[in-house]
Design a binder for this molecule. Sequence first.
Ligand SMILES: [Zn+2]
Length: 438
Amino acid sequence: MTEKVDLIVKGGPLLTFDEEDRRFTRGIVCIKDGKIAAVGDEFEIGSDYEADRTIDTEGDLIMPGLINGHTHAAMSLLRGYADDLPLSTWLFEHIIPAETKLMGGQMVYWGTLVSVAEMLRAGITTCADAYFFASAAARAFKDSGMRAVAAQGVMDGPKPQWADDDARKEVLRSFFAEHPSRPGALVTPALFVHAPYTACPETYRQAKAMCDENGALLFTHLAESEDEAGEITKRYGTTPVRLLAREGILSDTFVGVHAVWVQPEEIEILAQYGASVVHCPNSNAKLGNGLAPVTAMLGAGIAVGLGTDGPASNNRQDLFYEMDFCAKGHKLVTRDPARMDARTVLKMALYLGAEALGLEETAGSLAPGMAADMIVLDLAGPHAAPLFSYESHLVYSARGGDVKTTIVGGRVVYHDREILSFDEAGALARASEIIKKL
Ligand SMILES: [Zn+2]
């Protein structure tokens, strides 16, 4: 008796990144109702399953989709708009004024779709997005079939999305009402308080209360630059991490993005609260902010994911580049080539990243019951030969353009160089119309 499934992917080496780190020379993944029904050796279990559709990878690698722990997807419209500047000049003199001209539901919807195309093409199946008009971003993720934690941005003062604090509260309330939290759902709602220098403690407390009420994660840019750490100490008499601890913001549903300027004792504080961190080494390098003490954070047991940050500060949303730079950046700064080995970096881009986003039971590895979020990577190129180690290849040699197929929740959203889940050319055309306002 064979078991009927919806989709079978087989015909190449398979890396599961599951708890036992199982690998198969000729693997097979059987998918039913969006989830993985079986994973194994093609010759051992292949005859037990039949499917409406089979993708034969013809020797190419099957692995879990990558997890982009932090981006601002709609900022694809500001890619390359302002480069080679310090964070505060870049943000306050260039990015925010441009956003004020562009921002709205249309900008966020189409800008997000452009980023989704970039990410799906590079094998990213899940991202944690943080931006304003997050309902429009959430719609873009749902329409394109990409898994996302869509976090609504929060900042003090009037913004294109609200006139005052009361209106802001209403925006957050209706966002959660429109996109309720459901386990295993394609889009999970969250809040993103921009940073301790653009949001006061009371704003953090309000956001935290709303997140707790809705079972949602609270993201923030944390201790990103030396200037920020100095400014917060001047304003509040303490560092960003200690300020958020004092105000009752840290918890196991808190995700600190960047965490570059954190002291060893503050790493302990984050670990004690069970907080997660997302490391964005390319963005931190490009804005000249420094390197986060990730080895110490991992040593303290913190779930550290890897993120590209937004397309205006990276400017790529390609985790293969991010993994490469993460490994090399830590070696460069510490002058220790054993630092941040390829295996550790892969964990951050896969299951540690999923854990940081509260998605450890959904994404980041291939095992029965998990969502079928996976990719097929071309191994035929000259940069894949010889292939002594998959870890080495994936971190130091592979690139997003090697991805042939991307599957999210069992749906083939990208295959043979074509986005299948939405009109990519149409989205690019709409986006280029919108930037004419600049
Ligand atoms: Zn960011």
